[in-house]
Design a protein around this ligand. Structure first.
Ligand code: HEC
Ligand code: HEC
Length: 337
């Protein structure tokens, strides 16, 4: 969500580009985008869901906690994020992106008609590993706003989803508009399935470790996705790790405000440079202070002490970045870096 929406800043320009390009070029570009988005041949990982209650429990923790699937795939009411914690994975949240189109987070319960009941484990595992959905479409959301999970964690999440009570809840099929598809065709967004080898699994432990913190912050919980600067066309990191993410306007009714995901490093201007480990854990547990923030606070708030402390210790180990990211929530134009 975050990363895709960053790209929306250019929409005004984008619409202009498409208008200038003329009918033939637009049709050409839109069909080039179809080739980018249509990936039925992407290999299916040989991962199989388990019925082991311990694996299912680990999957529940990941999906509702650090991997934050719940923030997109449960409730459909953006004004009541507190509902996320107690809502089933029935889907329906709409991502309205103006002229680019609207996408919807699908129902992830095992209902055969409206949920994931008709898909195989391998098809679902492919969605999590590469971003290509069971029907063979490259999902920009699943490729760029979700952390890269180890195979063990993919299996745990799949096992949990399979164990859920089916909920019949029809979710509309989203679409990308001609504008969006033309932009992809012209290369304004260079998107592709994720093919890097999956990260090495670092299991949860009783005692916090830097290695577990690194796995969570860079991959499973994907703090890096928002707190490291990135190139809006490729979604790849474009500056020092955790030095503060791209500034984006709020997508709520407060559209005259913007969000600046803060510098999390141990420099004096960075978050873990200013607070100790206990204060960090308390802040993560306290949850949201801004209704329209895209940070999935409700999910991170339920993380274990060991996992939150691991993240703190890892962030302390990252090279300090001196950037002053300013107030994280502010009137647009009120802060100049
Ligand atoms: C930022 C929002 C967001 C997050 C976080 C997210 N998803 Fe998704 N997911 C989507 C959207 C939107 C789609 C539909 C495809 C599209 O429009 O790109 C989708 C599609 C899927 C699909 C394909 C379902 C189908 O029937 O086609 C699966 C499976 C899935 N997500 C699982 C997960 C899991 C498991 C997690 C957590 C690891 C997760 N998602 C996290 C937004 C999200
Ligand atoms: C989807 C984007 C996104 C992700 C993922 C994300 N953040 Fe954030 N984060 C933000 C934004 C935007 C803000 C500023 C607004 C706010 O405080 O909600 C923020 C603020 C913060 C703050 C400052 C809170 C304060 O009181 O000033 C901390 C600490 C933080 N994030 C830590 C993390 C950690 C740790 C992770 C991973 C476990 C993470 N974030 C993942 C977007 C994100």
């Amino acid at each position: 969500m975050a990363r895709w929406r960053k790209a929306l800043k250019g929409v005004g320009v984008a619409v202009g580009v498409v208008a200038l390009a003329g009918g033939g070029a637009v049709a050409w570009a839109a069909s080039a985008a179809d080739a980018t988005l249509s990936r039925p041949e992407e290999p299916l990982p040989a991962l199989v869901a388990s019925r082991d209650p311990a694996v299912i429990a680990r999957g529940e923790y990941l999906a509702r906690g650090p991997a934050h699937c719940a923030i997109c795939h449960t409730g459909s009411d953006r004004d009541h994020p507190e509902e996320v914690a107690k809502t089933p994975f029935r889907g329906g949240l709409a991502f309205e992106m103006g002229p680019l189109g609207t996408r919807y987070a699908p129902n992830l319960t095992p209902d055969p008609e409206t949920g994931i009941g008709r898909w195989t484990d391998a098809q679902l595992a492919r969605t999590l590993r590469t971003g290509v959905t069971p029907s063979g479409e490259l999902s920009i959301f699943m490729t760029y706003s979700v952390g890269y999970l180890s195979d063990d964690d993919i299996v745990a999440i799949l096992s949990y989803l399979r164990s859920l009570e089916p909920v019949r809840h029809e979710v509309p099929k989203g679409e990308w508009s001609v504008v969006a598809r033309s932009l992809m065709g012209f290369g304004a967004f260079r998107v592709a399935p994720r093919r890097a080898p999956p990260p090495v699994h670092v299991p949860p432990a009783e005692q916090p470790t830097v290695e577990r913190g690194r796995y969570l912050a860079e991959h499973a919980a994907f703090c890096a996705g928002c707190h490291t600067p990135s190139d809006p066309a490729t979604f790849q990191a474009s500056g020092p790790a955790f030095s503060g993410g791209n500034v984006e306007p709020s997508h709520g009714k407060d559209s005259d405000f913007e969000y600046a995901p803060p510098n999390l490093t141990s420099a004096p201007s960075g978050y873990v440079g200013r607070v100790d480990e206990d204060a960090f854990v308390q802040r993560m547990r306290a949850g949201r202070t801004h209704l329209t923030s895209i940070m999935p606070w409700e999910c991170y708030a339920i993380m274990t002490d060991a996992d939150l402390k691991s993240i703190y210790r890892f962030l302390r180990s990252v090279p300090p970045a001196t950037k002053d990211t300013g107030p994280p929530y502010r009137k647009i134009g009120s802060f100049a870096p």
